[in-house]
Design a protein. Structure first.
Length: 173
């Protein structure tokens, strides 16, 4: 693995700053996880839904949370800007993907209550943070509710059997 210095800096920052890690969380019952695409990337559909549906506006995706976490004295003003800068590094799988996995794992570990999902097609452990990190972390998270656990069991079966076109979502509450 060839982590570049900027990626190592972010991972080191996260390791040394438990207060930053604890902020990588949505309020109870407001976590939204997504992966893949349906007609377009799922995150684009979710952003549109947040703008047009008042009931969904209180839900929070990882980028919403990262944008609020300031990083004084660091190379970027907030965690979202930092991880987006790593997206430009090559090889992406060993830098941007690793950074998103770290942040997503923390986000999933900090989820409480019901979790909403938008999982589309092209979802594999090799290519999607949801399958590689968020799903296994959420399966270990004892703070999520029983409905979330049922949905996770379905997603786990899909990933284990190699089903790439999951195309199943759920909005909690």
């Amino acid at each position: 693995m060839s982590l570049l210095p900027p990626t190592r800096e972010l991972l080191s920052y996260l390791q040394k700053n438990p207060s930053a890690r604890s902020q990588i969380a949505a309020p109870p019952n407001a976590t939204v996880l997504y992966a893949g695409e349906f007609m377009r990337p799922m995150w684009k559909d979710l952003e549109a839904l947040k703008r047009t549906n008042p009931a969904f506006a209180s839900k929070q995706m990882l980028p919403d949370v990262l944008a609020r976490i300031l990083c004084p004295g660091q190379p970027h003003p907030n965690l979202l800007a930092w991880v987006k800068a790593l997206d430009a590094l090559a090889p992406w799988k060993e830098n941007g993907f690793i950074a998103w996995r770290a942040l997503s794992g923390i986000f999933a570990a900090n989820a409480v209550g019901s979790v909403s999902f938008a999982i589309g097609s092209k979802v594999t452990k090799d290519d999607k943070v949801f399958a590689a990190t968020e799903l296994p972390v959420l399966l270990r998270n004892t703070k999520v509710d029983p409905v979330t656990r049922d949905i996770l069991a379905y997603y786990q079966r899909c990933v284990q059997t190699g089903e790439r076109a999951i195309n199943f979502g759920f909005t909690a509450g």
